[in-house]
Write a protein that binds this ligand. Structure first.
Ligand code: MN
Length: 162
């Protein structure tokens, strides 16, 4: 009888502790995740619409032939139409946005998506209307040249993504 009492007491204690722990967990607010990479500085360039930040990373050496940085767009902000002589890869890290190659439908992008952009494909990338958007952009084969900038993505072209 004594053994049973100890067992029941222990069981009760475990249930009590588990209950308290679970209650504690649900009371905690969802933690806000900090961006993995810094936002950097606002880009002052006519090649973008809206506010865009860039944080360049790594050395611009001549061995890897790559240039890479974290790019953050406020809602509706986007690049102009452009292409890359050596191609580009985008790794989406925050929010929702779009990638569109000229003549193709826009692709909706979210955290974890990857976009491979072959050399000389005219395209744009930027944020969705209601969401900030961030991606790591890696420009490749930079010994072949950089970005070739074209005109802005008009509101008409941007709104056609909806
Ligand atoms: Mn690009």
């Amino acid at each position: 009888m004594m053994k049973h009492n100890i067992r029941y007491s222990l069981l009760f204690l475990i249930i009590l502790i588990t209950g308290c722990t679970m209650e504690k967990k649900t009371d905690q607010p969802t933690p806000q995740s900090d961006p993995v990479f810094p936002k950097g500085e606002i880009i002052t360039s006519d090649n973008f619409t809206g506010t865009v930040w860039v944080h360049m990373m790594g050395a611009t050496d001549t061995t890897l032939h790559a240039k890479f940085g974290n790019v953050t767009f406020e809602p509706k902000a986007r690049t102009n139409w452009h292409s890359h002589l050596g191609g580009q890869i985008l790794f989406i890290t925050e929010g929702q946005g779009y990638y569109q190659a000229k003549g193709h439908p826009a692709r909706l992008l979210g955290k974890g998506d990857v976009v491979e952009i072959p050399p000389n494909v005219v395209h744009w990338h930027g944020a969705a209307p209601e969401s900030e958007f961030a991606h790591i952009a890696i420009s490749l084969n930079t010994d072949e040249g950089g970005a070739v900038w074209l005109g802005p993505v008009t509101d008409e072209e941007y709104n056609a993504t909806q």
